[in-house]
Design a protein around this ligand. Sequence first.
Ligand code: SF4
Length: 63
Amino acid sequence: MKVIVDYENCDSHGVCASVCPEVFELRDDDFMYVINENPDESLRPKIELAVKSCPKQALKLEG
Ligand code: SF4
């Protein structure tokens, strides 16, 4: 599976990083980074929750 971020919509407030810090990281520069674009299958539930929790619908999970 692959995590895709629509950075045009992302507000970088980091809800996703709170839900799944294994994949999403909010850095000191106030931008959100995907630190693992092809995460292990075991992280799927947390990533799906992050996708659902994103207030800007800026996240997509493929595969
Ligand atoms: S939750 Fe959505 S809008 Fe917020 S930082 Fe993550 S991807 Fe961006």
